[in-house]
Design a binder for this molecule. Structure first.
Ligand code: NOJ
Length: 533
């Protein structure tokens, strides 16, 4: 297609840099490690990578506490390493998206150090400071996402500062024009270096109620759980309408460059609100939709989320779909089944790579990596340590398995920062490369199929009638038609692919593609995509 656009028509692959490849042998992944695996990513066929934060950071939240927006933490390498990675990625046609954390910095960021130094500091207003309530307590009833009040008292200056996450992550004040200009400059810094896009962290929180009014209780949550983040309706501490003004300005900044993109982590469970962030094609290019991520292995729920968002997505907007990231248990784990092996992971791959919208893959899903349990005393995630071990995100952040054996080709260090396993047998890149029937090859085949067929990239989505437990849809573009049928049930199902000759396609099971459409028998948790002529 002549008007091919990478972020709309391509596929993005998320890398958690601590866990991809450890090139310097310290047990933690790094930028040079990513660079060394670019050939693998090119072989797989992804169009872009999104790298979670690698900026200088005290690592209170593993890099989501940024102490310098324009640098590289020595743990991950240097700016020169980043430039080399970027150049080598571009040489392979792979775009590079970096994380951007606009809601909060680290408390060690020089801006915050200056801001907290005195009430009259020139940067006092770059963060959100307020006097204590009359009883000396926090200024309002907001909670931190990570437990406890969203306010911490600074004894020296006698005021509280706001933090939507850890106390080590003070919220920036997006109502201060100097702060806005400084954050825009951080975008330009990476754009000028050649970065192709950004993923904006908790993009919906950057603007709050200017009056900082109390949140009302959430009537859907039992009384005894009201004393926490989930016990409130988040009317005032996120998603203020002014957020759209902020993203329109950011979009203008991005549009001054060529084909750059911003994807939002808009963690709101209401598709209407999420769709608003796409504006009239003048805000975010893409926004994750977490209701889909949390829909479970349930064809009706997944289908409902897709079809609702299809209806809500503005004409100039474009959907995006993902099933896993560094904050939710891997979908191979969530969807696991005692006797179906990788069948459900294979079905999920077919779904993600045939929907209308940009797929975001999470490193390791292409080999079916499962969450790795971490003993409570060894947990690293601050969310687990502060709030509850059940919320631990270490499991989905375990190191990438490149080959069998100790270190899994991830590290030469005897003790990687998180345990490598257990994983099911042959959950590594080398073993699956050698096996044409592997999940890795399924991903590779589906990526190639999507790349070759406009109907799978840009085609309209139309849901079709299907037997119980099956989700079927058609993707149609000028002159091309693709049919997809996904059997979510544990039993075989007969589906009708319509009429026509099958010119290309892929099944997730072992049976060959039929030559003609019509009725097809799908095994338990099997799916098929067929390009029809
Ligand atoms: C969302 C990020 O994905 C998560 O990992 C982080 O802990 C919070 N935002 C705070 O930055």
């Amino acid at each position: 297609m002549s008007d091919w656009l990478w972020w709309r028509d391509g596929v993005v692959y998320q890398i958690y840099p601590r866990s991809f490849l450890d090139a310097n042998g310290d047990g933690v992944g790094d930028l040079e490690g990513i660079r060394r695996r670019l050939d693998h990513l090119a072989w797989l066929g992804v169009d872009a990578i999104w790298i979670s934060p690698f900026y200088p950071s005290p690592m209170a939240d593993f890099g989501y506490d940024v102490a310098d927006y324009c640098g590289v933490d020595p743990l991950f390498g240097t700016l020169a390493d980043f430039d080399r990675l970027l150049a080598d990625a571009h040489a392979r046609g792979i775009r590079v998206v970096v994380d951007w954390v606009p809601n909060h910095s680290s408390d060690r960021h020089p801006w915050f150090v200056e801001s907290r130094s005195s009430r009259t500091s020139a940067k006092r207003d770059w963060y959100v400071w307020r006097d204590p309530a009359p009883d000396g307590g926090p200024p309002n009833n907001w909670f931190s996402n990570f437990g406890g009040p969203a306010w911490t008292l600074d004894p020296k200056t006698g005021q509280y500062y706001l933090h939507s996450f850890l106390p080590e992550q003070p919220d920036l004040n997006w109502r201060n024009p100097e702060l806005v200009a400084a954050m825009h400059a951080t975008l330009r810094f990476w754009l000028d270096r050649g970065v192709d896009g950004f993923r904006t962290d908790v993009g919906h929180r950057i603007l709050k109620d200017p009056l900082l009014r109390d949140n009302p209780p959430n009537p859907n949550v039992p009384e005894q759980y009201r004393n926490g983040f989930l016990g409130q309706l988040h009317l005032h501490d996120e998603n203020h309408p002014d957020v759209h003004v902020a993203y329109r300005a950011i979009r203008r900044l991005l549009d001054a460059y060529d084909e750059r993109m911003m994807v939002g982590e808009i963690y709101i469970m209401d598709g209407r609100e999420v769709a608003k962030y796409l504006g009239d094609g003048d805000e975010l290019h893409l926004s994750f939709h977490f209701k889909f991520v949390h829909a479970g292995f349930d064809p009706a729920a997944l289908r409902r989320e897709v079809e609702e968002f299809e209806a809500l997505c503005p004409a100039k907007g474009w959907p995006t779909w993902t099933l896993s990231n560094h904050d939710v248990p891997r979908h191979a784990t969530r969807f696991d089944h005692p006797s179906l092996g990788d069948a459900r992971a294979r079905l999920a791959a077919l779904l993600l790579l045939t929907l209308r919208g940009t797929p975001f893959l999470y490193y390791g899903e292409e080999i079916g990596m499962r969450n790795v349990p971490v003993a409570e005393e060894a947990m690293q995630d601050p969310l687990a340590r502060r709030l509850h071990p059940r919320l631990c995100r270490d499991g989905e952040r375990s190191p990438m398995c490149w080959e069998p054996g100790p270190g899994a080709g991830f590290t030469a260090h005897p003790q990687p920062w998180l345990p490598l396993g257990p994983q099911p047998p042959r959950t590594d890149v080398a073993s699956q490369c050698d096996d044409r029937t592997s999940l890795l090859w399924l991903y590779k085949d589906l990526l190639a199929l999507r790349r070759a067929h406009p109907s799978l990239q840009r085609g309209d989505y139309r849901g079709l009638d299907a037997p119980d437990g099956v989700w079927s849809y058609e993707r149609r573009s000028d002159g091309e038609r693709a049919r997809v049928a996904l059997n979510f049930s544990d039993a075989p199902r007969r589906v009708d692919l319509g009429a026509g000759r099958v010119v290309a396609g892929r099944r997730t099971g072992a049976a060959p593609l039929p030559e003609r459409a019509g009725a097809v028998e799908l095994g338990p948790a099997e799916g098929i995509v067929a390009i029809l002529a």
